[in-house]
Each structure stands twice: as structure tokens, then as C-alpha cells.
Design a protein. Structure first.
Length: 77
């Protein structure tokens, strides 16, 4: 599923998140999967992923950044 991480566009439905890949080839892999609820918004602030819940609560899940260097390969950033 394509999720917009601009900090203003809310998620349209409940989604189990195992990772995010950016258009630039970077991948954010959370330390453990989590649910993104309908109405939640996502933003990248510096090197952090921030989830803003519909009620205003802000979460910053732990995780690691990687880059895709070739087919099927990941390199830590």
C-alpha cells in the first residue's frame, strides 16, 4: 500500500506497518511492526519517523534506516 508521509495526509484505513520505503530508495524498518489507524498521519522529521494519532498523540517508533543498493540487498545508513 502506498502511504503518503507528508504529515498532513491521514491514513484512509487500518494498516499493519512493517516498513516504509521512500522514493529516494531509503527504507525505514521499525523495531517491531505496528498498526497505523485510520486518521493517523506520518511524517519524517530528520532521521525520525513520527506518527501523529487522530487524537493528537505523537509517537516516534524505534527503528533503523537502510538503503537499497541493488536487487534484494539492503545496506544500513
Amino acid at each position: 500500500m502506498y502511504v503518503i508521509a507528508d504529515g498532513t495526509t491521514p491514513a484512509s484505513r487500518l494498516v499493519l506497518v512493517k516498513g516504509f520505503e521512500t522514493d529516494g530508495g531509503y527504507v525505514f524498518e521499525p523495531a517491531s511492526p505496528f498498526f497505523l489507524a485510520a486518521g493517523d498521519r506520518i511524517a519524517f522529521e530528520g532521521d525520525r519517523l513520527v506518527v501523529v494519532r487522530a487524537g493528537g498523540e505523537r509517537l516516534s517508533p524505534a527503528g533503523d534506516w537502510s538503503t537499497r543498493c541493488g536487487p534484494g540487498s539492503l545496506r544500513r545508513r
